[in-house]
Design a protein. Structure first.
Length: 200
């Protein structure tokens, strides 16, 4: 695949992500490009858009949204920061959403804890995210943070569950052949209970 094709695929994926319509196939292309970028840089991803501080903040957010658990990687180790950086580098609107959101997060953290979000204590980070995790908490002060965190959660979840770690976590096996196919009894019961042809 040529560099032009890669850029076109990334741009299309970034636009789809901006519209909330990112497909699993497009997400897979983004993960592949992130993997290729790591290989080209001795196994380390070099951010295309974010500076070092912002990139570390995105990684911290990814792990707060999907924490490492029971030996399974969290959002950061599953590639969410690379995924988000690549998508943002392909769409100005998405990049502005993240830059604005990260700036809001740091400003709110400085106001509450006198330190940046990244440097705040874990319990302070969690407390701030708890404030912006629910629309019911919306105030003029918190509204921008709530809108940003909604984007952040969705993108981290998209990144995680389209990564190898995420597909493994949900037991997705891909397109594999089966000797026989059996519909679960629960599914049959559910369908029959709601059937218009059900005998009275």
């Amino acid at each position: 695949m040529s560099d032009i094709q890669r850029r076109d695929i990334l741009r299309s994926a970034a636009i789809a992500a901006t519209l909330g319509q990112l497909t699993p196939a497009s997400a897979q292309h983004v993960h592949e490009q992130a993997s290729d970028a790591k290989k080209a840089n001795a196994g380390r991803y070099q951010p295309k858009l974010f500076n070092e501080q912002d990139y570390k903040t995105v990684a911290r957010l990814a792990d707060l949204i999907i924490p490492p658990e029971g030996g399974a990687p969290g959002g950061a180790a599953a590639g969410a920061p690379e995924f988000i950086d690549l998508l943002c580098s392909g769409a100005d609107r998405l990049a502005q959403t993240w830059f604005g959101g990260l700036a809001w997060l740091n400003s709110a953290s400085l106001k509450r804890y006198e330190t940046s979000f990244l440097e705040a204590k874990p319990e302070q980070q969690t407390a701030l995210l708890d404030l912006i995790a629910f629309r019911k908490n919306e105030t003029p002060e918190l509204a921008p943070g709530i809108r940003f965190f909604d984007w952040a959660r969705r993108m981290v979840v998209d990144a995680y569950f389209t990564s190898p770690a995420g597909t493994k976590a949900i037991g997705f096996q891909g397109n594999v052949g089966m000797q026989t196919f059996q519909v679960p009894v629960e599914a049959i019961t559910y369908a029959l209970e709601r059937s218009p042809f059900k005998k009275a």
